[in-house]
Design a binder for this molecule. Structure first.
Ligand code: FES
Length: 147
């Protein structure tokens, strides 16, 4: 993948490094080492600094993830609304634990802090798209929409 081409359009944008990392992650769902090294060159900073940014934000991942990244909100409002039962349903349906990726590389399951959709909890996101008021019984149906 041509990380340079993806990232250099953010070179002169304020906060460009974050934008560049988002752009790469939107493409392949994680930030490989090669992309971080390329970013350091483009943004003229030490590699360790670029790496520090990539690992500071929980939104970014430096390990490969599935095509669909499912994030279960674990903040208090979702927790009291039954996030644990939804987490269990997701783990059962996917056959993986939180923090893992399915063998076929299709799904990764992670926790997230509040995603600002507390009006109807519990909440999951799939590649950033929020699903509100998720019930365990609806998990299979929601996953089936990921083609
Ligand atoms: S607490 Fe879960 S979305 Fe806000």
């Amino acid at each position: 993948m041509d990380y340079q081409a993806i990232m250099e359009k953010y070179q002169h944008v304020e906060g460009g490094l974050l934008e560049a990392f988002h752009a790469v992650q939107d493409e392949i769902n994680y930030l490989p080492e090669e992309a971080i090294i390329t970013a350091a060159k483009i943004f003229n900073m030490p590699v360790k600094e670029a790496y520090g940014v990539a690992t500071f934000y929980s939104y970014f991942s430096t390990t490969p993830r599935g095509k669909y990244v499912i994030r279960m909100c674990k903040s208090a409002p979702c927790h009291v609304a039954g996030a644990e039962a939804v987490t269990q349903a997701l783990e059962k349906e996917l056959g993986i634990a939180v923090g893992e990726t399915t063998k076929d590389g299709k799904f990764t399951l992670e926790f997230t802090e509040c995603v600002g959709q507390c009006q109807k909890t519990p909440v999951i996101t799939i590649n950033g798209k929020p699903y509100l008021g998720v019930e365990p019984a609806k998990v299979a149906e929601i996953l089936a929409t990921c083609k």
